[in-house]
Design a protein around this ligand. Sequence first.
Ligand code: FES
Length: 113
Amino acid sequence: MFTRKIKWYRIGAKSDLLVEIPPNKPKAYSIAGKNIILCKTEDGELTALIDKCPHQGKRLSDGWCEENKVVCPYHRYSFDLKTGLGSGTGIDVFPLSEREGGLYVGINRWVWF
Ligand code: FES
């Protein structure tokens, strides 16, 4: 039987990520088969969202961040960095957890039990 379970994947040391990720540009990662962006909010918090615009499926990592939103460069749809809501729809937001050894992103997976 299958059930959904969050699996946690290490991205890196939080202190390094806070330096590497600029306040106005998403950074792309491929984790467990998903394209994800890490963004930094205006108050310096990191967030993780799917790297796919719901409008025409373009990469949000090609866009930029402003006013706590990620903006798709193709038709300017924008999505809240914390909730993923915006432009009449929404995008997936992934939980982040700081643990011993770094910052982890949680991805919901089907697992056999
Ligand atoms: S593809 Fe992103 S707004 Fe159109």
